[in-house]
Write a protein that binds this ligand. Sequence first.
Ligand SMILES: NC(=O)c1ccc[n+]([C@@H]2O[C@H](COP(=O)([O-])OP(=O)(O)OC[C@H]3O[C@@H](n4cnc5c(N)ncnc54)[C@H](OP(=O)(O)O)[C@@H]3O)[C@@H](O)[C@H]2O)c1
Length: 195
Amino acid sequence: MSIFYLIHAPFAIDERLDQWRACCDMKKAGKTRFVGLANYRESHIAEIKNAGLPMPDANQIELHPWFQRPELISFLRRKNISIIAYSSLLPLANWRGKPGQNSGKPDDMKLEGMALDSSFKMMAAKYSVTEAQLLLKWGLQKGYAVLPKTVDESRMRENLDLQHFIIDDQDMAAFDVMDRGDGVAWHAGDPSSGL
Ligand SMILES: NC(=O)c1ccc[n+]([C@@H]2O[C@H](COP(=O)([O-])OP(=O)(O)OC[C@H]3O[C@@H](n4cnc5c(N)ncnc54)[C@H](OP(=O)(O)O)[C@@H]3O)[C@@H](O)[C@H]2O)c1
């Protein structure tokens, strides 16, 4: 039995509802504990609801201070769908590689993260934590599950060590105005359907 089964993206226009029906059947048959989606927007989830199918347990989406998706977040909360953040560490200068390395993140954003006076560096220094810890804690304090990826054991420990500090209300408010309204790791749109 698997714990969680997710549909990676809403691209299969004609089969999208059938895919979701199959997930719900797997859960009903006890083959997985939870079923969910990734990269689904409000319209895709509304499609599931309009078809009278069970709602997903979670939606896994790109979420970090530069891409905060307030409308989608409040929609998911209203529908009681858990939110799983991915690419939480995207603002880091080294996210998926240095400038010049192909990661899907533009070089100017990478260089921005290298600035010694970047807001994340300054705020992380205030709490005596790393920028990665600050970004992950932001996600947790927003109520999201986070799933950072690293190939390095010491960074893995660092990413798990988040209990000893709390970002204060003033700094959480400072994060609120950092939203740039656009995805980097995954484009927010759905080119396959126009939905
Ligand atoms: N559902 C979807 O469509 C979707 C899309 C994208 C990602 N995901 C999932 O989300 C998870 C996160 O993936 P992600 O790659 O997008 O983003 P991420 O976890 O936000 O960032 C990973 C990058 O950050 C670096 N890193 C990790 N911890 C660090 C630390 N403490 N200090 C400095 N650098 C650190 C990693 O380098 P090192 O490895 O060298 O440490 C890597 O370059 C993965 O499990 C992935 O499968 C899902």
